[in-house]
Design a protein around this ligand. Structure first.
Ligand code: FAD
Length: 364
């Protein structure tokens, strides 16, 4: 009788390489379709770009490339339900806020997104009295989320749903047999599956045998908190604020984030004091009320950029080997729609939107 498979070797339907928001969101969705999932993470889940991010769901931003707008809008509209589901299952808060964004655009920029409107001086003074902006301000109907809370919530929700985790193990190579993906090899062990998805963010290109062409794009960020330990009652600023020089993101617990640089600096994650001070000064200029804060923390993370700075989503040249990476500056925003579309692709359905602009095959 032929031996069809080795009973002693555990087999999963899908192996996900990398446990940032993209890998975790996809793992969670795959369990909706009863797929068995192993997520392999080289450190701890949600510890890299997904830990460093600001968490703006900036689908009204004029910088959003036209090709990305449908995915951005779909993902932004999925967010409330996505967060509700993950919070309910995990018991953790992702601090989804929907006060909206107040933006000042550069000279040649305009947002034609539905719901965006210019604010009169009186409107601005009413909405966010503490701002000092040197150009006309616009209201953008956007949300923001705390990516750290979201990462923790997603990790717990995945575990609750039965996703298996291997942490502290770097995937070196996707295994193949007969030209198809058959699993993944780390420095410690080999794991077997019918499908492998590369969600390794800025490190995606390091997984052999294909080069999925992401690159690290460094972002430094500063977190300020009220100086007075008696200051309670939420953040000093209620809206996300974006100007060409700085963005300001409030958290409900009173923290305020100031970000972020965009640097081509390889895999360097150090912060430098001059940049931290420059971000703080730019924050003070836009919102003088921040004078009553002190710098609590500063960090840097590595966004997964791609050659055209669009995500890389779909099957690679190796059947059964998929990529879901390259989300660059928008991976927090794009996680829910990416997970939905990728699950549909992986399970042989028509994705709810056209993924061809994001095909891994477009780089030749
Ligand atoms: C400063 C900053 C601000 C940002 N602000 C926003 C924002 O406001 N809104 C927004 O939408 N996005 C924002 N982003 C972008 C967002 O953080 C990223 O697009 C998103 O986190 C990418 O998620 P990911 O899961 O692809 O990558 P990551 O979160 O980096 O996860 C990749 C994971 O793969 C693991 N890994 C890598 N290689 C291997 C391997 N070989 N084997 C096993 N595991 C591996 C890593 O350890 C990591 O945990 C920001 C990013 C930065 C740096």
């Amino acid at each position: 009788m032929p031996v069809l498979y080795n009973r002693n070797v555990k087999h999963w339907d899908v192996i996900i390489v990398g446990g940032g928001v993209i890998g975790l969101s996809l793992a969670m969705r795959l369990r909706d379709y009863h797929r068995t999932v192993l997520l392999i993470e080289k450190h701890e889940p949600a510890g890299e770009a997904s830990h460093a991010a600001g968490g703006m769901i900036a689908n009204c931003d004029p910088h959003t490339p036209a090709a990305l707008q449908p995915l951005a809008d779909a993902s932004a509209s999925l967010y409330p339900e996505f967060v509700r589901e993950v919070e309910l299952e995990s018991g953790e808060s992702a601090d989804l806020r929907d006060a909206g964004t107040i933006a000042v655009f550069a000279d040649d920029e305009v947002s034609t997104h539905t719901g965006v409107h210019q604010l009169s001086a009186a409107d601005l003074a009413h909405l966010e009295p503490s701002l000092c902006l040197d150009r006309p301000a616009w209201y953008l109907p956007e949300r923001c989320v705390d990516p750290r809370g979201l990462g923790l919530a997603l990790t717990k929700a995945c575990k609750k749903r039965g996703v298996d985790f291997v942490t502290g193990s770097q995937v070196l190579e996707v295994l193949t047999a007969g030209g198809r993906a058959t699993g993944a090899r780390t420095s410690h062990a080999s794991y077997h599956s019918g499908i492998v998805v590369n969600c390794a963010g800025a490190w995606a290109s390091q997984v052999a045998p294909l080069v999925i062409p992401t690159r690290p794009v460094k972002g430094q960020m500063v977190c300020v908190v009220p100086q007075s330990s008696t200051a309670h009652g939420g953040p000093l600023i209620q809206h996300v604020v974006r100007t060409p020089d700085i963005y300001i993101i409030p958290r409900s617990d009173g923290r305020i984030l100031l970000g972020a640089t965009v640097e081509e600096a390889g895999f360097d994650k150090r912060t430098d004091p001059q940049t931290v001070q420059r971000l703080y000064n730019a924050g003070l200029q836009a919102a003088p009320v921040l004078q009553s804060t002190r710098i609590h923390d500063a960090w840097a993370g590595l966004r997964p950029g791609s050659p055209d700075n669009l995500p890389i989503l779909g099957e690679t040249a190796i059947p059964g080997y998929f990529a879901a990476t390259g989300h660059y500056r928008d991976g927090i925003m794009l996680a829910p729609a990416t997970a939905n579309a990728m699950v549909q692709l992986i399970t042989g359905q028509q994705p709810f939107l056209d993924l061809s602009p994001f095909s891994p095959l477009r780089f030749g």
